[in-house]
Design a protein around this ligand. Structure first.
Ligand code: UTP
Length: 287
């Protein structure tokens, strides 16, 4: 039997975004722009390069702006058309790339990332799927991290988690994996203290997961803070499914943190056609 393709990506965006308050009081953190595109759009564009056709947003009541961003804005389009602003018109019309559909489900309460992913189950159905955390922006101008992970699934039937090496003193900020001699993931622990971390290979926000993830998440008991962790759901599948680490190309910016967000804007600003040269000049004058 041929394997089922990866067609859906789940984008859990129902978190509170407390690290960016007060900016995120009324605006979702996923709408913060890196240069001129919101984080959520950068994620959707990466997914489009991976052949994904269905985006499933898991949102909360305060995230209407994200849905509006991917919807038609008649008034704006009519005005741009009347002013003959063709490239701007194209930019606002293709926030959702051609060929993609958007479904929105609500997470009624922020009960954790695992719970948010589980909320997408009725829309994804009994299919393997991808998960992306939009605040992890992976800058790979030539490629797409998720496209490489989908290719790994298509070629080797392996599910995968994107990983990167982190300094040992930072393992308590990430999910950390252990590998066996074949390079297969055998265990995963959430935020281990540096002295007990099984490795320094940290999971970042890209996952290609089996359909069974949903059943596994239904069995997960809420941990500290009442949250259902995605890590616990995946950990329970590692003995029966093949999961591999994906060491991605490009640079990951943690845009959920102030430093990562500034770095991402600086990187894209420096290579921007319109402002890059002037920005580089200004930047070198202030440091
Ligand atoms: P974070 O741990 O970054 O939390 O969530 P957060 O609320 O977004 O941000 P801070 O830490 O308060 O600043 C990781 C991802 O999981 C989603 C978030 O939206 C983010 O994409 N998430 C988290 C949910 O969708 N629901 C939850 O209950 C928890």
């Amino acid at each position: 039997m041929s394997q089922q393709p990866i067609l859906s990506v789940v984008l859990p965006v129902a978190g509170l975004g407390t690290r960016f308050l007060p900016a995120t009081k009324a605006i979702p953190k996923e709408m913060l722009p890196v240069l001129d595109k919101p984080l959520i759009q950068l994620a959707v564009e990466e997914a489009a390069k991976a052949g994904i056709t269905q985006v499933v947003l898991v949102t909360s009541a305060s995230k209407r702006a994200i849905e509006d961003h991917f919807d038609v804005n008649f008034e704006l389009e009519a005005t741009l058309e009347a002013r003959n602003k063709q490239s701007m018109l194209e930019a606002v019309r293709t926030t959702l790339p051609n060929g993609m559909t958007l479904a929105v489900v609500r997470q009624p309460k922020a009960l954790g990332l695992g719970h948010a992913v589980l909320c997408a189950a009725p829309v994804v159905g009994d299919q393997p799927f991808a998960v992306m955390l939009p605040d992890d922006f992976i800058d790979d101008p030539q490629g797409s991290c998720l496209a490489d992970m989908v290719a790994l699934y298509n070629q080797q039937s392996a599910f995968s988690l994107a990983v990167e090496e982190v300094p040992r003193e930072k393992t308590d900020k990430y999910g950390v994996v252990s590998l066996n001699a074949d390079g297969r993931i055998t265990a995963m622990v959430e935020k281990p203290k540096p002295e007990v971390a099984p490795s320094t290979l940290a999971v970042v926000g890209r996952y290609v997961l089996p359909a069974e993830t949903f059943a596994a998440l239904r069995e997960v008991k809420a941990g500290a803070g009442g949250e259902i962790q995605l890590t616990d759901g995946i950990a329970s599948l590692l003995s029966t499914q093949v999961f591999r680490p994906h060491r991605f190309k490009g640079i990951r910016y943690d845009c959920g943190s102030k430093l990562g967000y500034l770095q991402a804007n600086t990187a894209l600003g420096l290579r921007d056609q319109e402002v890059g040269v002037a920005f580089a000049k200004w930047l070198s004058s202030v440091i």
